[in-house]
Design a protein around this ligand. Structure first.
Ligand code: 5GP
Length: 189
C-alpha cells in the first residue's frame, strides 16, 4: 500500500536488533486517516470471505481492527494480554513476545469467539508469527474458522509470513520490510 510505504520511509525509525519503530503514526501516536485507509485496504483484500468477526490482540492491533470492524459492520474482539479473574468461559494460550523476549498467557472469552464464527485476525506487525500462532490456537479451541490474517507491516526477513502462508492461510500485509540491515529500511516493491 503506497501511502503506508511512503510513511514508513518518511517517519519509520530503525533500531538495533531488527526493530522498526513506527511510534509516530501506529504504535504510540496514531494517524486516524492513515489507519482508516489501511482498514479500507484490508477490507478490500478480504472481501467475499464471509467474515462475521474481527479478532485482534491488544494493544496496537485494536485501532486498525476497530476501523475494519466499523467498515464491515461486524464485532471486534481483542485478545487480552492480562488474564482477568472475572472472565467467563475463558480460552487461553501462550505467546512468545519478540520485543519483550518472554512468553506470556493471553486469553479471550468463548462467549465472544465460538463455533460458527468466520474470523479475520488483524495486527500491526507480523514478525516470527508467534502472536499469530497463539491466535490460531485460540480460534481452534473455540471451534471457529480462520478466514484470514491481515497485517499492517510484515517483516519479510523473519519467518512468520512463510510459516502462515505455508499452512494455507490467506495472509495480507500492507507493507513488507525486506531488510533492516545496517539500520536501513528496505521495503519490498
Ligand atoms: P510475532 O508474534 O509475529 O513474532 O511478532 C509480532 C508482534 O511483535 C507484533 O504484535 C508487534 O507488537 C511486535 N513486533 C515485532 N517486531 C516488531 C518491530 O520491528 N517493531 C514493532 N513496533 N513491533 C514489533
Amino acid at each position: 500500500m503506497k501511502q503506508l510505504k511512503e510513511r514508513i520511509m518518511h517517519d519509520g525509525r530503525c533500531f538495533e536488533g531488527g526493530i522498526l519503530k513506527v511510534d509516530s503514526f501506529i504504535n504510540h501516536q496514531m494517524d486516524p486517516r492513515l489507519m482508516m485507509a489501511m482498514a479500507e485496504e484490508l477490507v478490500r483484500r478480504f472481501s467475499g470471505s464471509g467474515i462475521n468477526k474481527i479478532l485482534t490482540i491488544e494493544a496496537s492491533g485494536i485501532a486498525p481492527a476497530i476501523m475494519a470492524g466499523y467498515l464491515l459492520e461486524v464485532p471486534v474482539v481483542f485478545v487480552k494480554k492480562k488474564v482477568p479473574s472475572t472472565m467467563e468461559n475463558m480460552l487461553t494460550t501462550e505467546v512468545y513476545s519478540f520485543t519483550k523476549n518472554r512468553s506470556y498467557t493471553v486469553c479471550v472469552s468463548g462467549d465472544y469467539l465460538h463455533r460458527g464464527d468466520k474470523v479475520l485476525f488483524i495486527d500491526d506487525f507480523l514478525a516470527n508469527g508467534n502472536a499469530a500462532k497463539g491466535i490460531i490456537d485460540l480460534v481452534q479451541q473455540a471451534g471457529a474458522e480462520l478466514s484470514g490474517m491481515g497485517f499492517l507491516i510484515e517483516k519479510g526477513f523473519q519467518q512468520g509470513g512463510d510459516l502462515l502462508r505455508g499452512e494455507g492461510i490467506h495472509v495480507e500485509s500492507l507493507a513488507i520490510i525486506e531488510s533492516l540491515d545496517n539500520c536501513q529500511i528496505k521495503l519490498k516493491e
